[in-house]
Design a protein around this ligand. Structure first.
Ligand code: DC
Length: 222
């Protein structure tokens, strides 16, 4: 029997998915795939070409002439766009919005899902995103769904930005972006953000990252 297994962590932006997925990956010694980074790279491709990420025809054409690769260098995920490492530029507010818009196209999702399944096929992985438990890996051994209020998520995002010395956005602006992205991500027709029945829901409003990680690992050990 194969010892390969997958862990799915889904949730909205700022719910703590990536920090937790990184923690799980480190504790269990398994690989981590950040699927949002893949949609963000599609967003960067659109921005670089001056294409509206909501324009299906233009995005379709763009994808047909764009090469997106995921590389793991010393265990760290790097996003390669047409041969260029764009990992360092995918976390801006502009890219976040573009990623949210571009990820609504079913043909974009199909391609990303195909890549995600192929990457996670041969090794144990923890993946985070919006549709991991519902669509990418419905047979994942463990599924978690993280929630937190938009206000808490905006506070966290602002702290993250401040830690990077980025003072370009106010709390109100960050909160507005989060609410708009939530709406786009949960109301789109293709694989919207939903909690599947067999996912364990964890609300991270009042628990710190360490405690959430312990809770999650507790379920995995069971
Ligand atoms: O997790 P993130 O904020 O880095 O994701 C960026 C965008 O990509 C997010 O607005 C929605 C989209 N996304 C998605 O549709 N499906 C995923 N599995 C991961 C991200």
């Amino acid at each position: 029997m194969s010892n390969i297994y997958q862990i799915a962590i889904d949730g909205s932006s700022g719910s703590g998915k990536s920090t937790l997925a990184k923690g799980v990956s480190k504790k269990l010694g398994i690989m981590y795939l950040d699927t949002g980074a893949m949609y963000r790279t599609c967003g960067v491709a659109a921005i670089k070409k001056g294409i509206d990420p909501k324009d299906a025809d233009k995005v379709k054409e763009l994808l047909s002439e764009t090469k997106i690769e995921v590389k793991f260098i010393n265990g760290e995920q790097h996003m390669i766009l047409n041969g260029e490492d764009v990992t360092g530029i995918i976390r801006t507010g502009e890219v976040s919005m573009a990623a949210s818009s571009i990820s609504a196209h079913p043909f974009v999702r199909e391609e990303m899902v195909r890549m995600q399944r192929a990457i996670a096929a041969d090794q144990s992985f923890v993946l985070d995103g919006r549709d991991i438990g519902s669509k990418v890996l419905p047979d994942a051994k463990y599924k978690f769904f993280l929630t937190a209020s938009s206000e808490k998520r905006a506070e966290r995002r602002l702290l993250e930005l401040e830690a990077k010395g980025d003072k370009s956005q106010t709390y109100e602006e960050v909160l507005k972006d989060i609410i708009q992205r939530d709406k786009q991500d949960s109301e789109r027709a293709a694989s919207p953000l939903i909690k599947v029945d067999d996912a364990i829901e964890i609300n991270t409003d009042n628990i710190g990252i360490e405690e959430t990680l312990e809770t999650l690992l507790g379920y995995i050990k069971e």
